[in-house]
Design a protein around this ligand. Structure first.
Ligand SMILES: [Zn+2]
Ligand SMILES: [Zn+2]
Length: 154
């Protein structure tokens, strides 16, 4: 997962926005975290580099970065809203319920579920959100449950 500041600068510019020092501090705080981060965690981490940063700016920036697809919203361990970098336009997060580490999962085949929902409700389904949780390989190993290596190791 990578948050490309140059790409984000370009995307922001197309919307007439600038990647200011404050926004950059928010971006870096999310990029440097190994797990999902809540707005308050971002605020605490980013203020070390950018003491003038306000919590409102953190919220607005996280919102903005989600809008342009750079971040994905997840339910944090305490079911509060948290954020992770998003590398694909459509993807889902897999969260370790022990250590909180988050990886992205893009190979979702929801067609059967969507078809069943259409049959049952008659709705035209346009979007879905999915979050999976479990135990990451490292935590599994620590607990003495070696797991199959992940397919592409990304
Ligand atoms: Zn873990
Ligand atoms: Zn999906």
């Amino acid at each position: 997962m990578a948050l490309d500041a140059d790409q984000i600068t370009v995307t922001f510019a197309a919307r007439g926005l600038r990647l200011t020092r404050q926004r950059r501090a928010v971006l870096d705080a999310v990029a440097e975290a190994s797990a999902s981060v809540s707005p308050v965690q971002v605020f605490d981490a980013a203020r070390e580099h950018c003491p003038e940063l306000g919590l409102t700016t953190v919220y607005r920036t996280l919102e903005l970065l989600s809008e342009i697809g750079a971040l994905r919203r997840v339910h944090g361990p305490d079911h509060c809203e948290a954020f992770v970098p998003a590398s694909a336009a459509h993807g889902h997060t897999v969260v370790c319920s022990r250590c909180g580490q988050v990886v992205e999962f893009t190979d979702c085949d929801m067609q059967a579920v969507v078809d069943a929902a259409v049959r049952q409700t008659g709705y035209r389904i346009t979007e879905h959100f999915l979050q999976l949780s479990g135990e990451c390989p490292a935590c599994g190993e620590r607990a003495g449950r070696p797991q199959r290596p992940a397919g592409d190791g990304a």
